[in-house]
Every structure is written in C-alpha cells, then in structure tokens.
Design a protein around this ligand. Structure first.
Ligand SMILES: C[S@@+](CC[C@H](N)C(=O)[O-])C[C@H]1O[C@@H](n2cnc3c(N)ncnc32)[C@H](O)[C@@H]1O
Length: 323
C-alpha cells in the first residue's frame, strides 16, 4: 500500500448529505440513521437515549443493560468518529482517510471490526461509502465485503446483526455486497483470539484487501486496566493480520487515556516500534505524527435539531511487512 500525503477523497467532493460545510456539521449517513432510529424505537430505548451524561459516557459491557446503555447513548458518537476519520472534512487526518479509501481497491475487502459492539465503526464506513457512491463521488462497481465483527457481548452482536439486516438493502442498491459474521471474541483469551485469526485468514483468501478497525477500546484497556491481559492477543492479531494490502486503523476519542504519555497510543507505539510488521505513518511520511486528531459537531440522529461534539484520535498503521 502506498501512503500518500495527497488526499484520495477530496474535501470539495464530500456531499452535503454527509457534511454541512457552511455550519461545519457532520450528518450521519441517512440509511444508517434510519436503521438505528428504528431499532431504538423498537427496543423502547428512547428515554435511555436522551438521558446521556457526557462526562461519564458508557463503555458497553456483557449484559443487556450495559449494551442497551451503550447502544442508546454512544452508538451515534462512534459512527460520527469513524465518519470523521474517513471523510476528514477539515484535513486533519488525511492518512486515515486515505487508508479507508485505499482499502476499496480491487473491490474485495476483508473488514474486521474488533470489538465491534453494535457495529458502529464498520457500518459507518460502509454506509458512508454507499452515500458517496449514491452521490456519484465514488464509482459504483460491485464491492464484495467479508465483514467479521468480533465482540464479547452477545446482545451487542444481536444489535449488529439487526442493523445490518436493515442496512444491507441500501448497501446493495449501491452494489456493496456484505457477507457478515458476528463472532464471540474475548481479547483476554488466547483461544478465542485464535478463532478470530482463523476467520480473518480464511476471509483474506477470497478478499485480499484487509482493513482491521479497532474502535473505542480505551475504557476496557485503560480504565479497567486490562491492557497487559490483552497484549499477547493483540500481538498475535496484528502479526497474523500483517502482510500485503493490510492496514489497521485504531480509533479512539481524543482524550488523555488514549493520547497522553503513558496512554493507549503511547503503549501501542512502543509495542509496534520493534516489530517487522507494523509501520507508523510518521516513518513513512515525514513530519506527520502517528496519532492524528480532529473534532467536529455532528447532528444527533434522535434529535435532528441538536448537535454534539465528536473528538477523534486515530492511529493508522500499515501492516505490510518490512522484511
Ligand atoms: C466502548 S465499546 C466500543 C464498541 C464499538 N467499537 C464502538 O465503537 O461502538 C467497547 C466494547 O468492548 C467490548 N468488550 C468488553 N470486554 C471485552 C473483551 N474482553 N473482549 C472483547 N470485547 C470486549 C464491550 O462489550 C463493548 O462492546
């Protein structure tokens, strides 16, 4: 994969259905908003959705209650964060935007989202691409996606499947064909990680472009202090994901736990610095920090006249091997 400093998706081409340039507001992709609102209503989560505490956002969990809380209060923010990393309307994260767009080359994509929760990061990417195709910004050639959503919470995997059931009609209208599996994955458990790696390896046989997205895991890894338990599994996961046409995007809210010295990205940077399979963008592209940050307002899908702020910190990694 060639990392470029010039943009593959020019900002002037971002349609007004995804970015209100005059007011600098992100608009989440309409089919994903529709699917999300339908599920919120169907599962009676409207009240939960409006009782957010922005100072103490939910991080999800294994129970239905924890999953509902995250789905109702944080799913839209996660969609917006991934959208900001893809569209990058303020030109803060060009290499992350390029990594997404480049993964479409060849139209056979293995997409792994881990932990996927209800699928915010993967669905944000796919629904944005569909909208870019609908608006004639990207060509509408058949795109086959093998999506692996890996997640410990069963209720979250159920929401992901329900959302995809609703979304896939719109995706197919734009010639995006998704084969998906939402599998149980525990990042602290080696055998469960082996299952994920086996599936990813199989998928890459038929879908050679590989994109691994890890989004919003700082609560578990940093706040709950699970980083050292998870580390051997991440080593394995990245090592097996490495190779030709392979890229990873690690997306977090731009907050101290993720970006400070000693925080999540600092740890990741130290781990990867000595491997033969991970390369920081900084080394590939002079003067660009490995962690890119941006922020924007986004329109709330459940209160269209209101906005919230989304803050992005993203580390794009080329997983092509150096030897
Ligand atoms: C903050 S959510 C992020 C979900 C999704 N990536 C997003 O952006 O909306 C963190 C997720 O990690 C999951 N999780 C918690 N412990 C885990 C573990 N040991 N292994 C894998 N996933 C776990 C939770 O169930 C939750 O869905």
């Amino acid at each position: 994969m060639s990392w470029r400093k010039s943009r593959l998706l020019e900002t002037k081409l971002i349609p007004d259905s995804l970015w209100d340039a005059e007011n600098s507001i992100l608009l989440l992709p309409p089919p994903l908003v529709k699917a999300y609102v339908t599920l919120i209503n169907r599962h009676d989560l409207q009240e939960l959705a409006v009782s957010r505490d922005s100072k103490n956002p939910p991080t999800g969990g294994l129970t239905q209650e924890k999953t509902d809380e995250h789905f109702a209060q944080a799913f839209d923010g996660s969609v917006a964060r991934a959208q900001l990393a893809l569209l990058d309307p303020k030109c803060d994260a060009i290499l992350s935007s390029n990594a997404y767009i480049q993964s479409l080359a060849g139209n056979k994509l293995s997409l792994t989202d881990a932990p996927c929760g209800a699928g915010a990061a993967a669905f944000s990417f796919l629904a944005n691409i569909a909208e870019l195709r609908a608006r004639g910004v990207l060509p509408r050639q058949p795109l086959d996606v093998c999506l692996i959503g890996a997640e410990l919470s069963e209720p979250a995997r159920v929401y992901a499947q329900l959302l995809l059931n609703k979304l896939c009609v719109e995706l197919e209208t734009q010639a995006i064909f998704v084969e998906a599996e939402f599998i149980s994955w525990d990042v602290t458990e080696s055998l469960s990680n082996t299952d994920l790696i086996t599936r990813m390896t199989l998928a890459s046989g038929t879908h050679p472009q590989r994109l691994l997205i890890i989004a919003n895991f700082n609560g578990f890894l940093e706040k709950e202090k699970k980083r050292s338990e998870a580390e051997p599994q991440f080593n394995e996961l990245f090592r097996h994901a490495s190779g030709k046409n392979s890229v990873a995007l690690w997306i977090e809210p731009d907050m101290n736990r993720a970006t400070s010295n000693g925080g999540l990205f600092h740890w990741l940077r130290n781990k990867i610095a000595n491997t033969k399979w991970g390369k920081f963008i900084k080394e590939l592209s002079d003067n660009i920090e490995p962690v890119l940050t941006s922020s924007a307002e986004f329109q709330l899908p459940l209160a269209l006249d209101e906005t919230a702020t989304v803050r992005l910190a993203v580390m794009p990694l080329s997983l092509e091997r150096t030897e």
